[in-house]
Design a protein around this ligand. Structure first.
Ligand code: MD3
Ligand code: FE
Length: 201
């Protein structure tokens, strides 16, 4: 089921079901644990994060950027599991973006009470590539606006297995996630996990 939500943005409901992705997340987080990054302003980000792939998104007092090494372990980020890579490519192709080859996968973990405020993703070198995001575990409400901070925002529910592809004019849209409601999911427990695939370099 393809659900266009804006020019360049499409929800693929249930596209990531039954691929064993939650087990792969466990493999990644065994090697590169979830942690709270600091913002450049010195606050702690509520969402816990880790990465896999050649580059990982990091934040600290020096700013937001992509790094080839995990600052916690000083080792390269874990490899991107093949199932991740294939899913990202297949989802992008389905949405009209052929040959998507992500070099970065940010993994976000939300527990009840945690949200992600409205922001734009603008730390990537290749703004021509789409972003593919995969929702796992507890449901969440996604907020999607326009390229101007003041543009109206539309809410979309995202469930376990839903994939969203954002590219073209939607690539610089403002977006966020509302406070996660309490609950439990058979695969992730009291958490929502989001995989965000990007071409960072
Ligand atoms: C729309 N994550 O990590 S993914 C992020 O659910 C982030 O964890 C959210 O926003 C999450 O930066 C939302 C969906 C998403 C990702 C990137 C986008 C939507 C986007 C870039 C442009 C427009
Ligand atoms: Fe984002």
């Amino acid at each position: 089921r393809n659900e266009p939500i804006a020019t360049g943005a499409m929800i693929l409901r249930g596209f990531a079901l039954d691929l064993g992705l939650v087990a792969d997340v466990g493999q990644v987080s065994d090697a590169a644990p979830f942690r709270h990054f600091q913002t450049p302003g010195g606050r702690q980000i509520g969402v816990e994060m880790t990465n896999c792939g050649a580059l990982g998104w990091v934040s600290d007092r020096r700013g937001y950027r992509y790094e080839p090494h995990d600052p916690l372990t000083d080792r390269p980020w874990p490899r991107m599991p093949q199932a991740f890579r294939e899913l990202a490519r297949d989802a992008a192709a389905r949405a009209g973006f052929a040959d998507f080859a992500p070099d970065a996968c940010l993994i976000n973990r939300y527990v009840p009470g945690i949200k992600m405020g409205l922001h734009q993703d603008r730390d990537e070198g290749d703004m021509g590539a789409p972003i593919v995001s995969v929702s796992l575990g507890l449901p969440a409400t996604f907020q999607f606006g326009g390229t101007d901070r003041r543009d109206p925002v539309v809410r979309h529910p995202l469930d376990h297995g839903d994939v969203v592809v954002w590219g073209g004019p939607a690539r610089l849209a403002w977006h966020g996630v509302l406070t996660l409601k309490d609950g439990a999911h058979p695969e992730t427990g009291r958490a929502r996990i989001n995989l965000t695939f990007r071409k960072a370099a």
